[in-house]
Design a protein around this ligand. Structure first.
Ligand code: SF4
Ligand code: SF4
Length: 321
């Protein structure tokens, strides 16, 4: 895989400077262990990975949540549910009154040993964001592995029976889409209508919203662009599509990203690039962060940031407009 960070010119990028505003979301990566091994995975997660956040670091996360006036805990991985302390963390965060969001690959709900997981998420009113790159079986299996589509549909149906996707239940189920190649996603609203129609008619599935993401020119996707000679043209597409209106809404203004060891980054993309938060320390750790001192701090930017402001914009919550 090509080294991507030097190509993205951290410290020399002409992306407009950004400063932190009030912190609203703590996004925590619970480790790289996953029951799947997708080709496009940006953290190379899989069943053999041993990097998993320890109980000690989870206590650091909880301590931070008690100190900070954060509204939401956003859990990612790997498959965050496979961390043995996942349910403990969720219960404690909910008891603190936080909204909790689980970035779920769906198939984990059908894994041996994970019985009762869907019911647990429903009982705790955890919001689920599930990646489903297409509503067609062959496209999903091609990207995520054989049998993944059928298991995902089964898991979505199970979540629906628990009230997920029903606006009256308060149990939110959002799906996530990203393009398969070096182009911007189509408008989120039209795509959402297509997903709703196809998943509803074919499988009786309902969901709240479809979130569309722009592919970042980093990690495996970035490396593929370099290998195929498309890196420069994709970067040009992102630059040409720059929309200044999206700047006040980029997620790093109000989000802090934590890796499985407790180290802090301005966003998940910077975490996978190994670009530490621009907080004036080389490798900031969550235990050293004073939440009240975050507003006003510079954010570590590089050329991949154009991926957040292109077209409709892009964030962990989907398009920005
Ligand atoms: S499900 Fe997600 S975390 Fe797991 S391998 Fe696939 S992309 Fe990576
Ligand atoms: S890539 Fe990260 S740091 Fe850059 S604009 Fe997007 S969220 Fe902010």
């Amino acid at each position: 895989m090509h080294a991507m960070l030097p190509r993205l010119r951290p410290g020399a990028s002409d992306f407009p400077p950004l400063q932190r505003a009030t912190l609203e979301t703590l996004q925590v990566n619970l480790g790289y262990l996953c029951n799947q091994q997708c080709q496009h995975c940006h953290v190379n997660a899989g069943p053999q990975r041993r990097e998993v956040m320890t109980r000690e670091t989870i206590e650091v996360v909880l301590d931070f949540l008690r100190r900070a006036e954060v509204k939401r805990l956003d859990l990612t991985g790997g498959a965050p549910e496979l961390n043995p302390n996942f349910r403990y963390l969720v219960r404690e965060a909910r008891a603190l009154g936080l909204a909790v969001l689980d970035r779920c690959n769906l198939t984990v709900l059908e894994e041996p040993g994970q019985e009762g997981l869907a019911e647990f998420l429903a009982e705790q009113q955890v919001e689920i964001v599930a990646s489903l790159p297409c509503y067609l079986e062959e496209n999903v299996n091609g990207q995520r592995g054989k049998g993944v589509f059928a298991a995902s549909i089964q898991a979505l149906q199970r979540l629906n029976t628990l009230g997920y996707g029903d606006p009256a239940s308060g149990r939110v189920l959002n799906l996530m889409y990203n393009p398969t190649g070096p182009f911007l996603p189509p408008p989120q609203q039209g795509l959402e209508a297509d997903y709703r129609r196809e998943l509803g008619e074919r499988y009786g599935i309902r969901f709240n919203h479809l979130l569309s993401l722009i592919n970042m020119p980093i990690q495996r996707f970035g490396s593929l662009l370099v290998s195929s000679g498309q890196f420069d043209s994709y970067m040009q597409l992102l630059r040409d599509s720059f929309a200044a209106d999206n700047l006040p809404r980029v997620m790093c203004l109000s989000l802090l990203s934590v890796d499985w060891q407790g180290q802090v980054y301005d966003c998940d993309f910077n975490q996978v690039l190994g670009l530490p938060a621009g907080l004036g320390r080389s490798r900031p750790h969550l235990s050293d962060i004073q939440p009240e001192q975050l507003p006003g701090h510079h954010i570590a930017i590089a050329d991949h940031c154009f991926g957040c402001t292109a077209g409709q914009g892009s964030s962990c919550g989907g398009a920005l407009v």
